[in-house]
Structure formats: structure tokens, C-alpha cells
Design a binder for this molecule. Structure first.
Ligand code: FAD
Ligand code: NAP
Length: 333
């Protein structure tokens, strides 16, 4: 495996931030990964594992080693009358996996179509969209522990999955090398999400193919394509607050957009930001997208600091007006 020094990361992050890495290597196998890790460990270098770079904000320089996960491969573990078990390498493109499973008649992932990034990053924040979360399909996550050098499976119940959360966000020494999924062969298409129901309203009994087409159509309409307008998807998570706090807010703001979330209440961060007047606003080359206010975009030469300054100002206005804290979703390095 080759490690280059002083490498530009501009093509490795969907915000196209002009960051550089002191060292950079592409990981195509477990051996590559072990080699990269021992290089880092011997020199006590900070490590950044990168997938598609669609959920990161990269500062000007990473004074360590960036390893980009490019391991490919898909393995059929078990096929029964009811489900299929597959193991997929971390470097595979997530959307390509959704399409290939759908084409093979293995369903359920259609609601998660067009989410950028790699399979290995999907468990990190338990990716979710249109009423579905990836944890519903994950059987186990294969990791290599940077500290011990050991490789082992972590079962779904041990992954600490919650709404846009997992243990992998906290335990940075765990590097995901593969993900095992169980896909039912005949699930009912999940069309509960309002935007999806609306898109499918002229179809009496939507099929999985209809759901796939609808999700792709809505996303293409509403979300900026990072290849055209660099972005990292939603910059803020939807805040989850307790029922008592919500009751106070609802009294002051009767139109507040919300859904039940476990014991608490999930607020639509987009609604909060919109109410504070940020839609389409721009500060230098850092901007708020016109159609989806949670998406911050790089209009050209924005740097991490510009986006983080804009994000801080948005969060401050939401805090002042609603008394609600917004948390940034992408990881900052
Ligand atoms: P990266 O950005 O490369 O990495 C993200 C984090 O995971 C980093 O901390 C990185 O160190 C870590 N990481 C990556 N790979 C590994 C690995 N193999 N082992 C250990 N750590 C690793 N997210 C959603 O949940 N739902 C959506 O609907 C959605 N829509 C999006 C739409 C757009 C236009 C964009 C740009 C982003 C969207 N996202 C969405 C966010 C993003 O696509 C997901 O979080 C995705 O899983 C990130 O994958 P990645 O490979 O790009 O990860
Ligand atoms: P939307 O349909 O305009 O809805 C706004 C918010 O309301 C979403 O965040 C969603 O929460 C919530 N919501 C809507 N209907 C819901 C329901 N029936 N039950 C519970 N919550 C509901 O959202 P959008 O911005 O166009 O995004 C569509 C989907 O893609 C969402 O699931 C969103 O999470 C996902 N997405 C994620 C990212 C990212 O980077 N994380 C980027 C783009 C889109 P949830 O977010 O919890 O679904």
C-alpha cells in the first residue's frame, strides 16, 4: 500500500473543502489497513478513516494519516425462503448496494436510496431516510480494533444504535471493514413517510420499484447534488427533547413541527432554522440551501471555518428564539 505525503483532500470530501493530509493512503484490503495502522501507531500519528467524505467537515490540514476505505466485495452468506444474508465490504458505494439488492429481488433498502457514501460508514450514524434506518437490516458489523489489532464481529444489539447514533461515533478505534445485512425477500414496501405517500398518491398499491423511483425523484428535486453544489447533507440533527419541555414550546409555538421519538419528541430542525429566516442566506461562499435549509453549501471557495461560523450563527439564533440546542451532524476534523 502506498502512502503519499502532503495530499490534497479536496476531491475526497463532498463539501470540496481545500484540506490537506500529512499522509494519505487508499485501503483496498485488510492487509492494507493493517499496514496503514502500523505506520500510524509506530509514529503515534492521529488517524482519520475516510469513506466518501460526505459527512465530514475538514479543516485546512490534518496532521496525521488519512486512510480512505476502498475495500470492495459482496458475499452471499445464506439464502432462505424468507430472507437473504449478505456481507458487504466497507468501501462499496452505498447507493450501488441499494440498486444491486433491489435488482436481485432483495428489498427494504429502497427508502435509503441515493444516500452518498460508503457501506462502512452507514452504521456510524445509523443512516436513515424516509422512515427507514439501516439498523433494521444490520445483523453484525465487522471491525478491526486499532488498539488491539484484532478483527471481530459486533452483533446489532451491541452496536448502540439509536436515532442517527451508534457506538462507532464514540469508539474511534473501531474501524469498520464489512457490514452483514439481512434482507427479507417479501417485505411490505414502507410508504408511511408523508413525502413518500404524497409522491406515490397516484399508485394504488406501490411496489418496491415504485418506492425506489419515488425516493430518487424526491431527493433529486429537493437536495443539491454535491457534484454540482458541494454540501454534506443535513448540517444539523433533528433535536430530540423531553415531553415536558415540548409542552412548553408547543404553547408558545403552536405550529412547531414535531414527531414522537421514543420517550421524547423529535423537532424538525429545518422548521426551527426556517423560522429564524435563514433560507437561501449566504455569508461569503458559505450558504444555506434554498430548498432544504439544513443543508449548508459551499458556493466556491468556502473553508471549514466559514461553514462552521455560519452554522454557529444559525444555532445561536435557534437557541435565542426557541431555547433549543442544535447539534452539528457531520464530524469535524
Ligand atoms: P465519511 O463522510 O467519509 O465519514 C463519516 C464519518 O464516519 C467520519 O467520522 C469517518 O471517520 C467515519 N468512517 C467512515 N468510514 C468508516 C469506517 N469504515 N470505519 C470507521 N469509521 C468510518 N445521511 C443520512 O443518514 N440520511 C440521509 O438521507 C443522508 N442524505 C445525504 C444527502 C447528501 C446530499 C449528502 C451529501 C449527505 C447525506 N447524508 C445522509 C450524510 C452521509 O451521506 C452519510 O452519513 C454517509 O453514511 C456518510 O458516508 P461516507 O462514506 O461519505 O462517510
Ligand atoms: P422532510 O420530508 O422535509 O421532513 C422534515 C423532517 O421531518 C425530517 O427531518 C424528518 O425526520 C421529519 N419527518 C417527516 N415525516 C416524518 C414522519 N412521518 N415521522 C417522523 N419524522 C418525520 O425531510 P427532508 O429534509 O426532505 O429529508 C427527507 C429524508 O431524507 C429524511 O428522512 C431525512 O432524514 C433524510 N435526509 C437526511 C440527510 C442527512 O444528511 N442526514 C440529508 C437529506 C435527507 P427524519 O430526518 O428523522 O426522517
Amino acid at each position: 500500500m502506498r502512502l503519499d505525503d502532503n495530499v490534497s483532500l479536496v476531491d475526497c470530501n463532498t463539501l470540496r473543502l481545500p484540506a490537506r493530509a500529512r499522509y494519505f493512503g487508499r485501503i483496498a484490503s485488510l492487509d492494507d489497513l493493517r499496514e496503514g495502522l502500523s505506520f500510524c501507531n509506530l509514529r503515534s500519528l492521529p488517524l482519520l478513516i475516510l469513506g466518501g467524505g460526505s459527512n465530514v467537515v475538514l479543516r485546512e490540514r490534518f496532521e496525521g494519516c488519512v486512510l480512505r476505505m476502498e475495500m470492495q466485495g459482496e458475499e452471499l452468506l445464506q439464502l432462505t425462503d424468507e430472507y437473504v444474508d449478505i456481507r458487504v465490504a466497507a468501501g462499496l458505494d452505498w447507493h450501488a448496494l441499494v440498486l444491486s439488492c433491489h435488482a436481485g429481488g432483495w428489498h427494504g433498502l429502497e427508502n435509503l436510496a441515493l444516500i452518498p457514501g460508503t457501506v462502512g460508514a452507514a452504521p456510524i450514524q445509523n443512516i436513515g431516510a424516509y422512515g427507514v434506518e439501516v439498523r433494521e437490516f444490520i445483523r453484525a458489523v465487522k471491525v478491526l480494533d486499532r488498539r488491539s489489532g484484532e478483527s471481530f464481529d459486533i452483533a446489532n444489539a451491541e452496536c448502540g444504535f439509536a436515532y442517527r447514533q451508534s457506538r462507532f461515533q464514540r469508539e474511534r478505534s473501531l474501524i469498520i471493514t464489512a457490514v452483514s445485512l439481512r434482507l427479507p425477500l417479501n417485505p411490505t414496501p414502507n410508504t408511511a413517510y408523508a413525502a413518500l405517500r404524497e409522491e406515490l398518491s397516484n399508485i394504488a398499491v406501490p411496489t418496491h420499484a415504485d418506492v425506489l423511483r419515488a425516493v430518487i425523484a424526491i431527493r433529486r428535486r429537493k437536495l443539491p447534488d454535491p457534484a454540482q453544489l458541494p454540501n454534506a447533507g443535513s448540517f444539523f440533527k433533528n433535536p430530540v427533547i423531553d415531553a415536558a419541555r415540548f409542552a412548553e414550546l408547543k404553547q408558545r409555538f403552536p405550529a412547531i413541527v414535531h414527531w414522537p421519538q421514543g420517550e421524547g419528541v423529535k423537532l424538525a430542525a429545518a422548521w426551527l432554522v426556517d423560522q429564524c429566516g435563514w433560507r437561501g442566506k449566504r455569508e461569503g461562499d458559505a450558504g444555506v440551501h434554498e430548498h432544504q435549509v439544513l443543508v449548508l453549501v459551499n458556493h466556491g471557495s468556502a473553508r471549514a471555518e466559514d461553514l462552521l461560523r455560519l452554522a454557529a450563527r444559525i444555532a445561536e439564533s435557534v437557541r435565542d428564539y426557541f431555547g433549543v440546542e442544535l447539534e452539528i451532524e457531520p464530524q469535524i476534523f
